[in-house]
Design a protein around this ligand. Structure first.
Ligand code: SF4
Length: 351
């Protein structure tokens, strides 16, 4: 088992249609609370019987004191700071101290930054619901590269990708990132997700991109092995899959989240299942004892109680009512889509 704490220091500048982590404009964590929280997590991690890490989210570059917070994150001894480096670039580009902030990250050893691209400028701005977002993401990536960071581009596949392929390719040529990631969006039972389904691409859309995928260094075979359409899931449900067994599988990763006010929840942001208390009032030793006894919550049981999952026939019949060709990142995503169709209640609480 290992645990990750998602520390929400500041909200986002976009309202992405596919966001399942409660992103969007939000408040700031007070600087003193953020610093206290990192110390508190470090002490907690020293008492846990497994390894722990934490991340800074949703868009840490919005925090006026992010340089101070990043330095603190780099100084801890028991918990690891997991720097994912993904940014919309908007917060960075509006900061007068943007180069200094990037240099602080680099000096602390956090050298990687990434932007996510949803197609050409118009499609990207539409999906993240912010005009000018594409331009600012590209400017931020170029700036990070100039300052000496390693920059990656994450291409988030959707139904526009085949028509936007030349524009996307132009961006990757101009930016020459260290790495191009390619992701098929997942599906979780988050309230936002049904609104993204109109953008979701199909297997045929992906096949139409084949020459570009090769150029971008994407392993399409591995991608398709992992990905699922609801039609393929239906066949697997009929032939081999035992839904009860899937939901009974133990998970080796435990996700927790800490909101701007210091409330500590079990569950990743957007999939909180229990409030443990506020870290200002929680004793690290008592919290560590409680957390050590929690089961993992990466997939399946993170969202649904095992005894709420219907039998195979009900799932197959729901799958038949859905568009079979839409492509999901993996088997759990396709299964959650079917469960959403059935209106199965989730474990997620409203924080
Ligand atoms: S997907 Fe990321 S950038 Fe977009 S709203 Fe959600 S947390 Fe913010």
């Amino acid at each position: 088992m290992n645990a990750n704490f998602d520390l929400l220091v500041s909200g986002c500048n976009t309202r992405c249609a596919h966001c399942y982590v409660n992103g969007g404009p939000g408040g700031l964590m007070r600087t003193e609370d953020a610093l206290f929280c990192i110390d508190w997590l470090d002490e907690l991690a020293s008492l846990l019987p497994f390894e722990a890490s934490f991340t800074l989210d949703n868009e840490p570059m919005n925090h006026p004191d992010i340089a101070l917070i990043v330095k603190k994150a780099a100084s801890v001894g028991h918990i690891e700071y997991f720097h994912h480096g993904m940014t919309s670039g908007i917060a960075l580009m509006r900061r007068p101290d943007r180069e200094e902030v990037l240099r602080t990250y680099l000096e602390c050893g956090f050298r990687e930054f990434g932007i996510t691209v949803h197609g050409n400028a118009a499609h990207h701005d539409g999906i993240v619901r912010r005009e000018g977002a594409y331009r600012l993401a590209c400017e931020a990536a170029a700036l990070a590269k100039n300052v000496g960071a390693e920059v990656s581009v994450s291409l988030m596949f959707n139904r526009f990708f085949a028509e936007d392929a030349d524009d996307i390719d132009g961006l990757t040529e101009r930016l020459a990132p260290s790495y191009v990631w390619f992701a098929i969006p997942n599906y979780t039972p988050h309230v936002n997700m049904p609104g993204y389904e109109g953008y979701r691409g199909t297997e045929a859309d992906l096949e139409a991109l084949s020459p570009m995928l090769e150029k971008w260094g994407v392993n399409a075979e591995a991608l398709l092995k992992e990905a699922r359409t609801v039609a393929r899931l239906r066949e697997e449900l009929i032939a081999v899959l035992d839904p009860a067994e899937l939901f009974a599988r133990p998970q080796e990763e435990l996700y927790l989240s800490i909101r701007q006010n210091g409330d500590l929840y079990v569950g990743n942001t957007g999939a909180e299942t229990e409030l443990l208390g506020n870290i200002r009032a929680l004793d690290p030793a008592a919290a560590a004892g409680r957390i050590a006894r929690l089961p993992g919550n990466r997939d399946f049981g993170a969202f649904y109680e095992a005894d709420r999952i219907p039998g195979r026939e009900t799932l197959v019949s729901a799958a038949e009512r859905l568009p079979g060709e839409l492509l999901y990142s993996d088997l759990p995503s396709a299964l959650y889509r079917v469960l959403a169709e059935l209106g199965i209640p989730t474990r997620i609480i409203k924080p």
